[in-house]
Design a protein around this ligand. Structure first.
Ligand SMILES: [Mg+2]
Length: 254
């Protein structure tokens, strides 16, 4: 790359100010170039719902035990260091057994809905994204009823908002790709934010999006999660941190 800086005249009668102006000019260019080199364009953010936009209220361990039974739960848990994918496990069951399992899961989810609370920082983050005209989407493995209630109760709407009725669900990249194509935005200009490494980060990475893991309690600090292909681009312990993270690393474009 060549830069066309004004040449200083050796015969300039006003030598000092010219040098000073030149320094200012080239510093501006250097700053702009480094900004262009570092900052990536971001046009949309896609959120997970449970444990990301809402405070976790579903007792997942109890739900898994109720669906799988104590023995199978222990066996599956020991083979799944990043967490149990309950929906995936029951997919191979007989239709009868599946029906009972889905009913148990739905019961737990409904109990969770009664105690639904918005995650601290979620409203502020959404307000910030709105002020920058950045798109907001949602992908959850929960049911549509839960998304509808979330929209209604907190008055923040995400569009598109895909629940588990959209198949295949996370960790498949398909729901995120679907949102990107609806927005007519490339996945590499979108960020997926969620509290699950195996669902949200996996989905985001596979789609080619930026990923941000919300780890409130530091549960992912353990080295057992250091799987190279599941490394999120960013990790935060609160949604509040995301505002400055976005401003520092991205050029936010409608
Ligand atoms: Mg979650």
């Amino acid at each position: 790359m060549s830069l066309f800086l004004p040449k200083p005249s050796l015969f300039s009668p006003n030598h000092k100010p010219l040098i000073s102006n030149l320094t200012k000019f080239s510093t501006t260019i250097t700053n702009t170039l480094s900004t262009m080199g570092q900052k990536k364009i971001l046009r949309g953010v896609v959120f997970d719902m449970d444990g990301t936009l809402t405070v976790p209220v579903i007792d997942f361990q109890a739900m898994y035990k109720a669906v799988l039974g104590e023995e199978e739960y222990i066996s599956i848990k020991s083979q799944s260091p990043t967490g149990i994918d309950i929906l995936h496990h029951i997919e191979s069951w007989t239709p009868e057994k599946q029906k009972i399992a889905y009913q148990t899961i739905t019961d737990y989810e409904r109990q969770g809905l009664d105690r639904l609370q918005i995650m601290p920082g979620a409203k502020e983050l959404c307000g910030f994204l709105d002020s920058k005209q950045i798109r907001r989407g949602l992908i959850t493995r929960n049911i549509k009823e839960a998304v509808d209630l979330f929209h209604l109760r907190f008055g923040i709407v995400f569009s598109p908002a895909l629940s588990r009725e959209f198949r295949p669900y996370k960790p498949s990249p398909d729901p995120l790709r679907h949102i990107c194509s609806t927005w007519e935005v490339h996945p590499n200009e979108v960020m997926m934010i969620g509290d699950s490494l195996k669902d949200d980060v996996a989905c985001g990475k596979c789609a080619g999006a930026f990923t941000c893991l919300l780890d409130e309690t530091g549960r992912y600090d353990s080295t057992s999660f250091a799987t190279a292909d599941l490394n999120p681009d960013f990790k935060v312990s609160s949604l509040v941190e995301i505002l400055s993270l976005l401003e520092a690393n991205f050029e936010l474009k409608p």
